[in-house]
Design a binder for this molecule. Structure first.
Ligand code: SF4
Length: 446
């Protein structure tokens, strides 16, 4: 049973030293009981208290990491039901499934294409996380060949899919020194799979027909010493998938029900309609998958899934920022204009992409607006003439240009008079309101 805030408080030092960031030990205890802080934030907990608090301190959903040479796909460690309550931490891994009945050359070609795919989104490269090898042949040798074909084309983590422990063992052997997910153990075969997962230190996927059966199985497998579990509680259609995913997350987070406190694996392609696969995968990203195995790799559906996942797993309380500074776009020369914007990533990339795409050279001055967009920052007093002038001086922009010309975003045209006062030897121009209109403005109005 999880401890209450008062029970936790009794185990804390009760000195109210504030080093954890909270004004009192009681406030910290309440946050710990709500899983909103880590126990490690208090440096003064005694080892005895740590042992007693371990249950309360452990995340309600176990962190499971699949590892390979230089790559890791982590799921779990979540502490809230809704992203706005805090944040979601570990993005669900997106895996592409191949079958051991496919020719090795076909597997290699498919894996090579999916492995090379990357979306550059606000400065981050988004990619798939790995590959699932499914045994349709039932033959350990064919499974080994398929795993080796995947490994020859990608180093990303692997999920081994079979209900036959001998086949799974062959797959594990082909992935020495890695931590794959072995999927899967069920009510009939679980003992052999638990032994294999324990000796190979792999994570173990469990398949059950109901949540009650799943809870029973995870308890039995944990008792065998295997802790890194991933659960497949079924629910292949949209309604059932949503209901089961939400129930598992609620039980784990609200009731601290440890028997279901594991990442969930889903198979959106199994709905039978390839056109619906992306819809199911999108639902799984939001509610509440840990690993998602897709049956089709197609950039037109992977792209929105990667971006959706990135947005859902971005801390809503922290804007994504770029480093303030002076950026060069299309190799600008001293006579080229200085465009100014804020350091909110989406704003920066909107401006930078438009200018870059136009082929026109410019200097892009990114001011520190605490990660806010132009209008929000202006309204909050974080993007004004004084700050822009400070950035011009701080980043020595005048040393880079021969013609001192600065272009303000159209939304803050109101700053132009003040900026003239701050930068008297600069020509202040007002640009368009939208980034998309910048190329035409630069071509015809500058
Ligand atoms: Fe109490 Fe520990 Fe926080 Fe200090 S750091 S106030 S001892 S909980």
């Amino acid at each position: 049973m999880a401890l209450t805030g008062i029970q936790i408080y009794k185990l804390l030092p009760q000195t109210n030293c504030k080093e954890c960031g909270y004004p009192t030990c009681l406030a910290f205890a309440m946050k710990l009981s709500a899983k909103q802080v880590e126990l490690s934030a208090c440096p003064y907990v005694t080892p005895e208290a740590k042992t007693q608090l371990a249950e309360s301190a452990a995340p309600p959903i176990r962190l499971v990491a699949l590892k390979s040479d230089g790559y890791e796909a982590k799921a779990g460690n979540e502490v809230v039901l809704f992203r706005h309550e805090k944040t979601f931490y570990n993005k669900p891994g997106l895996f592409i499934r191949i079958y051991d009945s496919q020719p090795a050359e076909t597997i290699k070609a498919l894996v090579t294409e999916a492995n090379a795919y990357a979306v550059n989104y606000v400065g981050m490269d988004l990619t798939v996380d790995g590959f699932a090898v499914a045994s349709s042949s039932g033959d350990p040798n064919a499974f080994t060949t398929a795993v080796q074909a995947v490994r020859s084309a990608s180093k990303r983590p692997v999920i081994l899919m079979t209900r036959d422990v001998a086949v799974a063992r062959a797959g594990v052997k082909a992935l020495q020194a890695e931590t794959p997910l072995i999927y899967g153990a069920d009510a009939k075969n679980w003992e052999g799979f638990a032994d294999l997962a324990k000796e190979s230190k792999a994570a173990l996927g469990i398949i059950a027909g109901s949540l009650a059966e799943m809870a029973e199985l995870t308890d039995k497998i944990k008792a065998k010493g295997v802790e890194d579990l991933v659960i497949d509680p079924g629910g292949r259609d949209l309604g059932a998938g949503l209901a089961i995913g939400t129930t598992v997350r609620r039980l784990a987070i609200k009731k601290n029900f440890r028997a279901l406190g594991f990442p969930v694996i889903t198979f959106p392609g199994e709905v039978g309609d390839p056109g619906l696969e992306a819809v199911h995968a999108a639902q799984a990203i939001t509610k509440y998958a840990g690993f998602i195995v897709l049956d089709h790799f197609n950039p037109s559906t992977i792209y929105p899934l990667l971006v959706l996942r990135q947005n859902i797993y971005t801390d809503p309380q922290k804007p994504i920022q770029v480093q303030p500074g002076i950026y060069e776009i299309n190799a600008p020369k001293p006579e080229d204009p200085v465009l100014v914007t804020t350091n909110f990533s989406i704003t920066y990339f909107s401006v930078a992409n438009e200018v870059e795409g136009s082929g026109l050279p410019a200097w892009l001055l990114v001011t520190d607006a605490e990660g806010m967009s132009v209008l929000t920052a202006w309204a909050a007093g974080k993007f004004d003439a004084e700050r822009i002038a400070k950035a011009v001086k701080g980043f020595n922009v005048a040393d880079k240009v021969s013609r001192k010309r600065i272009v303000l975003p159209g939304h803050v045209a109101v700053l132009s008079g003040e900026l003239e006062g701050e930068l008297p030897d600069w020509e202040i121009r007002v640009g368009p309101r939208e980034a998309v209109d910048l190329p035409a403005f630069m071509k015809h109005a500058l």
